[in-house]
Write a protein that binds this ligand. Structure first.
Ligand SMILES: Nc1nc2c(ncn2[C@@H]2O[C@H](COP(=O)(O)OP(=O)(O)OP(=O)(O)O)[C@@H](O)[C@H]2O)c(=O)[nH]1
Ligand SMILES: [Mg+2]
Length: 333
């Protein structure tokens, strides 16, 4: 039986029967589905809601192989428990923190790696940026060092930059032309795609895992671009006292309820507005309100947005959509 042809951009099976279904192309001779064609040519992408179980099944199939897995994580959005990935995978895993370019240059990579090494037992750790080629030679060497066969899988949350990273590896280390579709919209890659780098290495792209606690699923689409900005974050520091609040965008308010005059440094995309206001301000009362206590040198993390580095002990009250994940951790940087 003739194998069905898959889109080179997102991996979906191509079909020319129903324009409303995924994988449509007017002509099966084409290499890309209409959705990927539109991203490449007009920069617009349709949002596809895929089933979480499909992704988890893909991971379970990866687990049946003994192959090396690269777990790609957006450095600004490290989730609370990275080891949840072991619920699905038994493979050796190299943790790859991508998007180094968005953190200020003054941040020490070593501190982040030490932080992760003290919490997790991944095979190894590497910090990269596919945009400015940061550490990609080192990354490539680590792949060659740890790979168990010719196949190496990239997995991770949607928008972590898996497909962008593979495209960069194609440009750097193969004679082929980068073909994967990338975009700032969640759930761009729809199926596994095997990319040949050379005769002893294939990188296999997978669809991103969906975590509904990520803020990107709760903000309007105009925020996609802002949240995926390629600009280096300019940390914003506020000296804040009791009874003052920070109003962040139009979706988050942090009230400073107890504690001495304190310093909050925000590592969030530059395009998100921040205002210091009086605590009596009535904004965002429609959201749920939760109280948090932080200890000396901790971060308040808003998953998908970034984090706030807090110096002293505090008690804060936070207005935010209840479905967006937040947590407190020791200062990452
Ligand atoms: N600043 C920065 N942005 C990056 C980097 N790599 C990827 N991006 C951006 O991150 C967004 C997502 O990139 P993709 O490569 O489509 O991410 P993905 O992990 O393949 O996403 P899914 O296919 O949805 O799982 C895009 O807007 C990319 O331009 C990087 O190194 N630095
Ligand atoms: Mg992708």
């Amino acid at each position: 039986m003739k194998k069905s042809k898959e889109c080179l951009g997102c991996g979906i099976v191509l079909q020319n029967e129903n324009i409303l279904n995924l994988g449509y192309t007017p002509n099966l001779e084409n290499d890309y589905c209409m959705r990927c064609f539109k991203v490449k040519n007009y920069g617009e992408i349709e949002n596809v809601a895929k089933n979480k179980e499909d992704y988890e099944n893909i991971l379970r199939n990866v687990s049946k192989t003994n192959d090396l897995v690269l777990y790609v994580v957006d450095i600004l959005n490290i989730r609370e428990n990275l080891d949840y990935i072991y619920e699905f995978l038994n493979n050796d895993i190299l943790l790859v923190l991508n998007k180094r370019d968005i953190l200020p240059k003054s941040v020490k990579d070593e501190k982040i790696i030490n932080y992760l090494e003290s919490r997790y037992k991944f095979k190894d750790y590497v910090i990269v940026s596919s945009i400015n080629n940061y550490n990609l030679d080192l990354f490539y060497k680590k792949i060659l060092k740890y790979k168990k066969s010719n196949d190496v899988y990239l997995v991770g949350e949607t928008n972590a930059g898996k497909s962008s990273l593979i495209n960069k590896m194609i440009s750097n280390y193969s004679k082929n032309i980068p073909s994967l579709t990338t975009s700032n919209v969640p759930e761009t890659t729809l199926n596994e795609i095997k990319v040949t780098i050379n005769k002893s290495l294939n990188l296999i792209d997978t669809p991103g895992l969906v975590d509904e606690g990520n803020i990107i699923y709760h903000l309007r689409t105009k925020y996609y671009k802002i949240l995926n900005s390629r600009k280096e974050i300019k940390p914003r520091t506020y000296q804040i006292s009791k009874n003052q609040s920070l109003l962040i965008g139009d979706f988050l308010r942090i009230d400073y309820l107890e504690g001495d005059r304190n310093s909050f440094t925000l590592y969030i995309p530059n395009g998100i507005s921040v205002k210091k206001v009086s605590i009596k301000n009535d904004n965002l009362k429609e959201f749920s309100y939760n109280l948090y206590e932080t200890n000396f040198h901790e971060d308040f993390v808003i998953y998908g947005l970034g984090f706030i580095k807090i110096v002293l002990n505090t008690k804060i009250g936070v207005y935010l959509d209840k479905d967006i994940k937040t947590f407190i951790r020791k200062n990452l940087i």
